[in-house]
Design a binder for this molecule. Structure first.
Ligand SMILES: Cc1ncc(COP(=O)(O)O)c(C=O)c1O
Length: 393
């Protein structure tokens, strides 16, 4: 069976060109980038080349990029780092209610440390109203953190406007750009960003490597102490092959964005229109226009999201419900809750997330499969049957 991978917001297939670029640093130039012999110098040069490529992709200066182990660490370093380094200025942080857990749980941790956190609401499409940020900012606000695009519903925020408001209020502005790299053009200068989190495995790079943009002059307290690598912000021997992979992957993304974004958008629109028109009792979550070019997130009446994902998997299509839940009592996504979607409706969620490697033919195969799968699941759903019976309402 020819499998279709439609779970690219969870992770992506590494690009063969990325693997090729990494290979010499696994096989031949495996030196420690701090060593002064040729093995070390080759590694160091590769590290700096990757830093250069990464900074170019976001409009930063080379020295403003710090490599980390991924998006989670980058978010933690940005938020904890800025919070503890700016304690003398205040203890108030503002974020949104639909952030990734890498941001939300860091904020919860900081609340336990005596910080005050405001969680901005979103509208039913998942958009943060800049006016609500204006109202929430106080003299003691040290940091505002709002994601560029949401990982579940794909809604894109106006980071430029939010960043400008944060700066007017004297606060730093952090954005989690993990889902938007290669999909939404970003320029840290133009977009008023002081801290920006990146993760390589979301754009065809390797897992376990990320980066944090740290604007020159912004002070952070490190999370990890040790040998002082990455300007003392992230000690530990650098993951050179991974970092080379990140640099190559982000460079490819930028070179191909003009072609890949319109192509993904057209496949996404086919998925959205086809699903909504073929399946009754199906709704799109997230903003229709201000949405990632690779995201389609639906909810279906009378079916469980997990059942949809598993049934599609049997037909060779990998998808997701959109939220990875680990605890039993919080099985409704916090993002869907924040949109005002009721628990019973949120349970029937399905996220289709594309990459530049997907095709229109795959979208057509999905459309056939989803129609069959929803019909099959509803035919065995007692709730669906009752809703159709004359007395069931
Ligand atoms: C928006 C967002 N932020 C942060 C992360 C965490 O990134 P990583 O898996 O590299 O730690 C993810 C991954 O799902 C994400 O989607």
């Amino acid at each position: 069976m020819q499998r279709i991978y439609f779970d690219n917001s969870a992770t992506t297939r590494p690009d063969p060109r990325v693997l090729e670029a990494m290979r010499p640093y696994l096989e031949q130039w495996y030196g420690n980038a701090s060593s002064i012999h040729i093995f070390g110098r080759e590694s160091f040069n590769a590290l700096e080349e990757a830093r250069n490529r990464t900074s170019k992709a976001i409009g930063a200066k080379t020295r403003e990029v710090v490599f980390t182990s991924g998006g989670t660490e980058s978010d933690n370093l940005a938020i904890q780092g800025a919070a503890f380094a700016n304690l003398s200025k205040g203890n108030h942080i503002i974020t949104s209610s639909i952030e990734h857990h890498a941001v939300l749980n860091t904020c919860h941790f900081l609340e336990g440390q005596g910080f005050r956190v405001t969680y901005l609401p979103v509208d039913p499409d998942g958009v943060v109203d800049p006016e609500s940020l204006k109202t929430a900012i106080t003299k003691g606000t040290i940091l505002v953190s709002v994601m560029t695009a949401n990982n579940e519903i794909g809604t894109i925020q106006d980071v430029r406007e939010l960043g400008a408001i944060a700066h007017e209020g004297g606060a730093l502005f952090h954005t989690d750009a993990v889902q938007s790299i290669g999909k939404v053009p970003i320029d840290v200068e133009r977009d008023n960003i002081d801290l920006l989190a990146i993760s390589a495995h979301k754009f065809h790079g390797p897992k376990g490597v990320g980066a944090l943009y740290v604007r020159k002059g912004v002070n952070l307290r490190p999370l990890v102490y040790g040998g002082g690598q990455e300007r003392g912000l992230r000690s530990s021997t650098e993951n050179v092959p991974g970092i080379v992979g990140l640099g190559k992957a982000i460079e490819i993304c930028m070179q191909e964005m003009d072609e890949s974004v319109p192509r993904m958008t057209s496949i996404r629109d086919r998925v959205i229109q086809g699903t909504l028109s073929r399946v009754e009792g199906c709704y799109l979550n997230g903003h229709r226009q201000r949405r990632l070019c690779n995201n389609a997130h639906f909810r279906f009446d009378y079916v469980e999201g997990e059942a949809l994902v598993l049934s599609l998997d049997l037909k060779g299509i990998a998808s997701s419900t959109g939220s990875a839940c680990s605890s039993r009592d919080s099985d409704t996504s916090h993002v869907l809750k924040a949109l005002g979607i009721r628990n019973e409706h949120a349970r029937g969620s399905l996220r289709i997330s594309l990459s530049r490697m997907n095709t229109t033919e795959e979208a057509e195969r999905y459309l056939e499969a989803i129609t069959e799968v929803v019909a099959m699941l509803r035919s065995i759903s007692p709730v669906a049957m009752l809703s159709k019976s004359p007395t069931g309402g």
